[in-house]
Design a binder for this molecule. Sequence first.
Ligand code: MN
Length: 198
Amino acid sequence: MIHVENKHLEAHAFQTAKGSNMFCGDSFYLSLKEDYFICVLADGLGSGQFAHEASRAVTSVVESKPKETINTLMDHCNQVLIRKRGAAVAILRVDFKKRIYEYSCVGNIRFFVHTSNNKLVYPMPVRGFLSGRPQKFRTHRYSYEENSAFLLHSDGFININTRELLGSKQSVWAMTDRLKAVQKNTNDDMSFIVGTLL
Ligand SMILES: [Mn+2]
């Protein structure tokens, strides 16, 4: 549904709604620039329109302030959820010049990076969800090597062999096709973002 590509990174984001819902309770936003990539995935509590509104509010924050630090963004995302449904929120930022990525997550969203020396990195989320209450965040920061692959997904995702998929050295389109073929879950909204760091 969204595909971005430049000489540093390629990524594809895809989602499906629970059952026959009109609204997907998950939202994502991706922005790829010359020197950075920022991406947010939010899973609004429950499903349907109000879950959608909560997760959209979160992605709008990141869209409007892409240069803020991840911690500040998480704070703003938390604030915007006051008097809305809560949401699980994950933010990823990649700095191509410094060759680092930073990641922060509160709630049930999973993130994996497979490095070229066959290591799988999966920073742990802070438990809970954002709802406007005071919240601690934990930003993980790693350097990366070229030819790494990553996967970010919400909890409606049907688990796969992540190490095998990300280590397969396949194109983003090929990985996307493989994931789409498996994701037949109708009990929850589902989103994934799969990509490569070049
Ligand atoms: Mn969910």
